[in-house]
Design a protein around this ligand. Structure first.
Ligand SMILES: Nc1ncnc2c1ncn2[C@@H]1O[C@H](COP(=O)(O)OP(=O)(O)O)[C@@H](O)[C@H]1O
Ligand SMILES: [Mg+2]
Length: 299
């Protein structure tokens, strides 16, 4: 009698409901979270009593000066660091480690240079029991979603910065997370690519209904994308205030409601030079045209 054939793969999981009927999950709670590091025998307090919550499908940005603990907070939410005081919940369940329901995107794309885009995106399936056929289908769908069709077999060095970051987003999305945690995801991109990627992130968020928590030091980016902005201050990292952004999408950067919120946030970080007299006299040279400059420089 021949041995029975044992399949190591589980039967295919039923496809999730379409986007429109997607169950709204992806709520986060951060409650009285304190975190410190031991540095050469000294205790360095980094987060001090941080509390806020993120509703399912909400886009929350975290802004603050360098070193105020933004990445530390995101790492805790990701479950990459479980050594903290307080409570962190994802849909009511304590966060005790990484979870494929929380996707992660960092500033540097962290793609493996010796793997193609397709192989890099497939890495999310490592240690899962998703069948090969379904893996291929989902990888192709995510590559398509981020607009990298035709580059499936390209290596990271053959991609631009924006394309690499799109591949990193596809890798995070392929496990169908309900929360996407982004740590300065566009920080390494040039200004124009960054603007385009901001639009892409907004579309992705609106189409998929995924909860997004994005660390950025770009206030303009935060106002463009977020429903709410958590403003942090340093030493130790604390929440200074939480700013609502009640502006419909797509947002216009030049409009007064956008500018008012952006300027209000700038004021949190910059000492406004209130004491200075406004400049009323425009220097004559500002009014010179090209011909006048040429004449004066004896060109
Ligand atoms: N693994 C670590 N060990 C010791 N100190 C750390 C560690 N990670 C971060 N820090 C310190 O914690 C503070 C906050 O860092 P971080 O969360 O990276 O800030 P941000 O992302 O806001 O720039 C900094 O003072 C940093 O030096
Ligand atoms: Mg950081």
């Amino acid at each position: 009698m021949s041995a029975p054939v044992i399949s190591l793969e589980r039967p295919a999981v039923p496809k999730p409901a379409s986007v429109n009927t997607r169950q709204r999950t992806g709520g986060l709670v951060v409650e009285n979270v304190c975190k410190s590091f031991d540095l050469k025998g000294e205790t360095l307090p980094v987060l001090d009593d941080v509390s806020f919550s993120v509703a399912p499908g909400e886009f929350v940005a975290i802004v603050g000066a360098s070193g105020c603990g933004k990445s530390t907070l995101l790492r805790l939410l990701a479950g990459l660091d479980t050594d903290y005081e307080g409570r962190l919940l994802h849909d009511g369940t304590p966060i005790r480690g990484t979870d494929l329901h929380r996707g992660l995107v960092f500033q540097d794309h962290r793609l493996f240079p010796w793997l193609t885009v397709e192989q890099n995106v497939s890495l999310s399936f490592t240690n899962t029991e998703v069948p090969q056929a379904e893996r291929r289908e989902r990888v192709a769908a995510e590559i398509d979603r981020v607009g990298l069709n035709g580059f499936e077999h390209a290596y990271p060095h053959q991609l631009s910065g924006g394309m690499s970051q799109r591949a990193a987003i596809a890798r995070a999305l392929v496990s169908r997370p309900d929360v996407l945690l982004l740590d300065e995801p566009l920080g390494a991109l040039d200004a124009l690519t960054r603007l385009r990627m901001q639009q892409e992130l907004r579309r992705l968020w609106q189409d998929e209904g995924i909860t997004m928590v994005m660390v950025t030091h770009d206030i303009d980016e935060a106002v463009y994308l977020a429903d709410r902005i958590v403003v942090m201050e340093s030493r130790p990292g604390r929440i200074r205030r939480i700013q609502n952004v009640p502006i419909a999408h797509p947002r216009q950067r030049g409009k007064s409601d956008f500018v008012a919120i952006r300027d209000g946030l700038h004021a949190d970080f910059v000492q406004i030079e209130e004491g200075l007299e406004p400049v009323t006299q425009v220097p004559e040279r500002v009014q010179w045209d090209g011909a006048e400059w040429a004449r004066r420089l004896a060109l």
